[in-house]
Design a protein around this ligand. Structure first.
Ligand code: FAD
Ligand code: UDP
Length: 373
């Protein structure tokens, strides 16, 4: 008899498996329908011997000391600050838009104060910032919005930015200084030996049994367990009873080139050309030295694995209905990007899993107290 059946061996499921096994001494069965652990963060060495991320480039960044300290129990780190260029009108310009972007793009020599005035003179007067279009045009105006955001967003989401919540393009800030890092979080680092190795350390405990290549539906009736943690798509769990929650998918195209370097930085975005959104080169991200180099193109698509919940009001309303069902279930927890239908980064999922663990402990303590009384 297992204390917990955990569906999904990504960050959500693996963090909970680790905490329950190690801290709470619970017996855990962790299953995943894929043939590997680590969920979408899975990395492996390709045929050329280069460490690649199977589900697109994953760069770790967080402001949470708790999350960073927790993961540091399972990995050493390599400091890495991601930098991205956008290919716009034949130029390679840093994104997030910053002082260098504007000076290079327009052949100007503005300082930060002048750039503030430049943005202010172009910004549109948006009464209430609601959509992914509003958030950009209210800061930098329509021309920059169209060159850097509109095309990329339409490709990535198959929808106009005006139809998406502000939170989507708000992930990419605008700066008036020369800071060209993609993220400004306090902690920015890559697991020194990769994500999969970090997950292996996390899950290496006698209380954890792992079953891969297994959809939970195949075994749910045959396994004895007390409580369930589900980290797959929440609508799938409830047999789509209210209809399908929309997710966006991607097709990845990997290439290995017989040259040391393919492009100038870890990721190049192509907002306006081609069917793909970006090309990432793994050696920048991992720091690996190799005479060849491997890259990945991301082609957004509707069909395929559900990678992105789509932040939009009617989708949130549909999710609320599933969440209400989830709340009614005893001894069942929904955790992670797919199970809570949130556009979460890895660190947010780790934080959510750690918070869930605390809640579980609290609940168990209450039950024990009631039994003693
Ligand atoms: P997942 O990793 O999706 O794990 C869920 C697991 O459940 C999967 O392994 C799945 O196979 C399994 N599962 C689902 N249904 C079933 C079933 N029926 N039976 C058995 N198993 C099942 N975040 C960052 O912080 N930085 C980045 O740079 C970054 N880049 C990203 C790039 C891309 C292209 C994508 C798609 C995401 C990126 N993310 C990034 C987000 C990151 O991938 C997620 O935050 C994180 O992996 C979510 O973890 P999770 O455990 O919730 O879900
Ligand atoms: N985005 C854009 N142009 C860019 C980069 C991002 O329009 O050059 C928008 C786009 O809608 C994208 C969102 O901002 O989906 C979030 O970008 P991020 O790089 O955080 O996406 P992720 O890494 O999660 O795919």
């Amino acid at each position: 008899m297992f204390d917990y059946l955990i569906v999904g061996a990504g960050f959500a499921g693996s963090v909970l498996a680790e905490r329950l096994a190690r801290v709470a001494d619970k017996k855990v069965l962790l299953i995943d329908k894929r043939n590997h652990i680590a969920g979408n963060a899975y990395d492996h060495y390709d045929e050329a011997g280069i460490l690649v991320h199977k589900y697109g480039p994953h760069i770790f960044h967080t402001n949470s000391k708790d999350v960073f300290d927790y993961l540091s129990e399972f990995t050493e780190w390599r400091n890495y600050q991601h930098r991205v260029l956008a290919s716009v009108d034949g130029q390679m310009l840093p994104i997030p838009i910053n002082l260098t972007t504007i000076n290079n793009m327009y052949g100007l020599n503005l300082n930060s104060d002048e750039l503030e005035d430049f943005f202010a003179s172009r910004a549109e007067d948006v009464k209430q910032v609601k959509t992914s279009e509003d958030v950009v045009v209210a800061k930098v105006g329509r021309e920059l919005y169209e060159k850097f955001f509109r095309g990329y967003t339409r490709k990535q989401w198959a929808m106009d930015p005006s139809e998406l919540n502000a939170s989507v393009t708000a992930r990419v800030p605008t700066r008036t200084n020369k800071d060209d890092r993609y993220f400004t979080d306090t902690y920015q680092a890559m697991p020194l030996h990769g994500y999969t190795k970090m997950f292996e350390h996390m899950l290496n405990h006698p209380n954890i049994k792992i079953m891969l290549n297994t959809d939970y539906k195949e075994i749910i009736g045959e396994i004895n367990y007390k409580k369930l943690i589900f980290t797959g798509p929440v609508d799938e769990y409830f047999d789509y009873c209210y209809g399908k929650l929309p997710y966006r998918s991607l097709a990845f195209k990997f290439e290995t080139h017989d040259q040391e370097k393919f492009q100038e930085t870890g990721t190049v975005n192509y907002p306006n050309d081609y069917a793909f959104t970006r090309i990432s080169e793994f050696k920048y991200i991992s720091g690996q030295k190799h005479h060849k180099t491997s890259i990945v193109y991301e082609f957004p698509q509707a069909e395929g694995d559900p990678y992105y919940p789509i932040p939009k009001e009617d989708n949130a309303a549909l999710y609320d209905k599933y969440q209400a069902l989830a709340k009614q279930l005893e001894n069942t927890y929904f955790v992670g990007r797919l199970a809570t239908y949130k556009y979460y980064n890895m660190d947010q999922v780790v934080a959510q899993a750690l918070a869930t663990f605390k809640n579980i402990l609290k609940k168990e303590a209450e039950v024990t107290e009631t039994l003693i009384e």
